[in-house]
Design a protein around this ligand. Structure first.
Ligand code: DCP
Ligand code: MG
Length: 577
């Protein structure tokens, strides 16, 4: 997966990658050249007192050093550019994919892990890409070139290379192998922590209301401690890593000076060659260390890449039709034909054999106890879910054959749990129709009985709305959502219990205003209050996912036992109140 991702998402940045290769090649060769120049100055310049030679070679050395610095900077610059662009594209890919998910697909993963995958996991892969670009060329060349150059300086000391490199690889490799499983579990712990945190922030009111803070704090504490423990274990190994590497480097240095010193004493080796050999050995060991670090990042990044790949590979369960049908007319006629529906994974259908028609200009009301399947029924029309059997038709065309945009243009839903986005009032109202004029917004607000309180908010249309719309009351949120639906001027309105948070008087005023506004539209209302639905053209009584009776208020009052019960219970409830 890692390779696939890198290949797919780095393709557009091939010129950058090529630049990185060229610059790093240049910088590595320059870096390898420097110690040998240094040695020449000492052995041929200083020892013979040849000032001219010192100046000339010193100048050359300065030039090479400048080239080395400049090319290294350029290499890192293009490497970062490529890696960051790669990360950005990958993140965008994950975001687009998740945006195309149906409610069901999101449930398969769960929101917290989708968030981690789109942020932290992408970052890990991006990091590997960055490190890879910075070291992939330099490390092997430095290693092989360093060995070659070191041996050129002195063959007799070569055994120091053959000993110190494997020792370093063994020590670092051992630590890396112990680190790998820890990194893997770290990613899972981050997921878990995100999950707990998210749930608690969203449910903070409930937590307060039930005085569950201590319990929730404990739950968070446990997740937090798990992550800390893993991080500590990783830290403990890292603490070992640096002294161990330092130790090997210092012992190697001492050995070079000791054995090399003896050879210099004996006159078999020059001082300059000795310093150059030492520098090459250190360069080799550094390169080996970097290579091992890189190797260590690969498993972690590949775990992350797999997790990202899982998201990218999902085929959205609700797909756009291959050959979308354009309906002959766009009046907003809704028909359910023998529709059954079950939530994914559930055995019992929540809706069975639902058939009804709603003509433009008509109002169809759905009433039924909680859990009867009212919300589920509405969700089928904008195709949030697909039916198990039967068909949902909009203007005579099955919704599964319509383009999504075509449906949303004609159908507006006011969800049962009204949701507003962070931003301003107008930003929310223009959600379905960005080009709407201010007058249109005010008109919608007036119909929705929301104009008064929006006017009273500081800033009117430009007033701030907090994320989720938490800074307005439930009833205000409902009315803003109704206004949002009105702005799009759809052919079909779906109101899911949208008047429940309003007092009876506001409810009545709103419905009167709506009636005028929606005269030509098809209206499907889910209502709990009999008063809300009494004047509908057709009332469907839903019980356990089946339509048990249908008719007008008067007809039902006469013959439907279930309906009578509902009416009576509300009358008694009102009497009690
Ligand atoms: N259900 C489910 N998975 C979901 C949503 C609902 O399994 N994501 C189940 C729970 C209910 C049944 O489906 O038993 C019907 O749920 P609805 O939300 O459609 O019920 P209502 O809208 O009629 O209930 P309420 O009046 O409480 O809104
Ligand atoms: Mg509902």
């Amino acid at each position: 997966m890692l390779v696939t991702l890198i290949r797919r998402y780095s393709k557009p940045y091939f010129p950058y990658v090529a630049a990185v290769v060229v610059f790093q090649l240049a910088s590595t060769i320059a870096a390898l050249y420097l110690p040998s120049l240094n040695a020449r100055i000492i052995d041929e310049g200083v020892s013979r007192g040849d000032t001219d030679y010192i100046w000339r070679t010193g100048g050359l050395m300065l030039g090479v050093a400048l080239i080395q610095v400049a090319t290294a900077i350029a290499g890192v610059y293009f490497g970062s550019k490529a890696a960051m662009a790669f990360g950005r594209d990958l993140r965008r890919g994950v975001f687009r994919k998740v945006s195309s998910f149906s409610a069901r697909d999101v449930n398969v993963f769960g929101a917290p892990t989708l968030i981690t995958r789109g942020t932290n996991d992408v970052q890990q892969v991006q990091m590997l890409m960055l490190m890879g670009l910075n070291f992939m060329v330099a490390t092997p060349i430095m290693c092989i070139g360093g060995i070659f150059m070191a041996l050129r300086e002195d063959l007799n000391l070569s055994w120091l290379v053959w000993v110190s490199v494997p020792v370093l690889v063994a020590v670092v490799g051992y630590l890396v192998v112990r680190l790998m499983p820890l990194f893997r579990s770290m990613q899972v712990k981050i997921d878990r922590l995100n999950g707990v945190l998210r749930e608690q922030i969203i449910g903070i009111r409930v937590v307060r209301a039930f005085v569950r803070e201590p319990h929730e704090a404990e739950r968070f504490g446990a997740a937090n401690k798990e992550l800390t423990d893993v991080s500590l274990k990783i830290g403990a190994l890292f603490v070992l890593m640096f002294p161990a590497i330092g130790m090997i480097l210092h012992v190697a240095t001492a050995a070079v000076l000791w054995f090399g010193g003896q050879r210099v004493d004996a006159g078999d080796m020059q001082v300059g060659a000795l310093t150059a050999f030492l520098q090459y050995l250190l360069q080799i060991l550094m390169a080996v260390m970097m290579g091992t670090f890189m190797a260590m990042m690969i498993p972690r990044a590949s775990v992350c890449a797999d997790r990202i790949g899982e998201v990218l590979d999902v085929e959205p369960s609700i797909r756009e039709p291959l050959t979308p049908v354009a309906p002959a007319q766009k009046a907003g006629r809704v028909e359910f034909r023998n529709v059954s529906f079950a939530y994914p994974g559930a055995e019992v259908p929540v809706l069975s054999d639902i058939s009804f028609t709603a003509e433009p200009g008509q109002t169809v009301a759905i009433i039924g106890s909680t859990g009867a399947g009212k919300t589920s029924l509405l969700a089928l029309l904008p195709r949030l879910y697909d039916t198990a059997s039967g068909e949902v038709l909009l203007d005579g065309v099955p919704v599964s054959n319509l383009e999504r945009g075509d449906i949303t243009q004609r159908v507006a839903m006011v969800p049962q749990r009204p949701y507003l986005f962070s931003g301003t009032v107008e930003h929310n109202l223009r959600f379905g129709k960005p080009e709407a004029m201010d007058e249109e917004l005010w008109e919608a607000l007036t119909v929705a009985q929301a104009a008064d309180f929006v006017r009273e908010m500081n800033g009117g249309l430009a007033s701030r709305i907090a994320q989720g719309g938490t800074n307005v009351s439930g009833g205000q949120r409902q009315r803003l959502c109704i206004a949002r639906a009105l702005v799009t001027e759809p052919k079909v309105f779906l109101f899911d219990d949208s008047f429940s948070a309003l007092d009876v008087a506001t409810d009545a005023r709103l419905r009167r205003a709506l009636k005028a506004k929606t005269a030509d539209a098809t209206v499907i209302i889910v209502g709990q209050r009999v008063s809300t639905i009494a004047d509908a053209d057709q009332i469907l009584v839903l019980d356990k996912g089946r339509i048990v009776d249908r008719g007008t208020h008067e007809e039902l009052l006469e013959r439907s036992g279930t309906y009578q019960e509902i009416v009576e219970s509300q009358l008694t409830a009102e009497a009690v109140a």
